[in-house]
Design a protein around this ligand. Sequence first.
Ligand code: IPM
Ligand code: MG
Length: 360
Amino acid sequence: MSKQILILPGDGIGPEIMAEAVKVLELANDKYSLGFELSHDVIGGAAIDKHGVPLADETLARARAADAVLLGAVGGPKWDTIERDIRPERGLLKIRAQLGLFGNLRPAILYPQLAEASSLKPEIVAGLDILIVRELTGGIYFGAPRGTRTLENGERQAYDTLPYSESEIRRIARVGFDMARVRGKKLCSVDKANVLASSQLWREVVEQVAKDYPDVELSHMYVDNAAMQLVRAPKQFDVIVTDNLFGDILSDEASMLTGSIGMLPSASLDANNKGMYEPCHGSAPDIAGKGIANPLATILSVSMMLRYSFNLQDAADAIEKAVSLVLDQGLRTGDIWSVGCAKVGTQEMGDAVVAALRNL
Ligand code: IPM
Ligand code: MG
């Protein structure tokens, strides 16, 4: 039976990087007879322009029906002044929530070829391989109440809420432990339990779940310390599990250890490993349309899709190998460029990965 993949390029550099990822996906589809059928739709600003909302009901229905979703990036200055409830980002948050994609995997792996591109000394990042497991459908991103009210003194006050239930914490903790179990067997749970009630419960529940994983070494770290440790000695981490907001911030930080956020893919999974795959970076409006964006994070997201949603380990390995070979050839987009390498654009980079994959 054919497998349906919904492609949502989004805004800004989204369509440019997605075009390259789709080339790689189509080649893998042919080469390994994967039986994928691809269809395209809009999300974010593109959907606002077309439907007046950042995620149309019919798009959501197609995403539900699909076996996996591949997404580019959303947002841009054109829609910045739109009312908050229908901003492009809302479309992204809605699809994550509606599909129940609570488990967000963000690997930060340093390709040895890019050690020079990292902002840290090569010896601090050499061999870096961290997995950030971010809770994606709860916490302050979705908590109610939220809004703006006028105080008695006439001043406006805005507020958000950071709720976490035991079941929400338990299921993301399990993802963290399961991942740690098949990797370096170390899980660091990041919270702010010295201040936040939600973090106190988080820590308690993670401790309970740990009893089912005696083979995994659990530690806890406050988020401010974790932010510092990530740049001081990042190799102390194997898997990090954390809440939605902390995970958003720490994954951007971790990405820079690897040279560029343009290298980081992600998987967002539901309870049955149905997933949506997207690069960790945003729509980069400043470079959109210039053909210089790095498509590798999206291409690597394709590889994560093959791995996690379809259990196609060989095809996933092949795509990662192709990316590594292209880096060996010295090809670099601007974000990962260093002296002595050839600077290439989005399309050239995509074509090079396609060529490398074809020859494997
Ligand atoms: C990310 C992004 C999104 C987030 C934005 C675009 C809403 O920063 O995927 O990390 O905050 O989750
Ligand atoms: Mg982010």
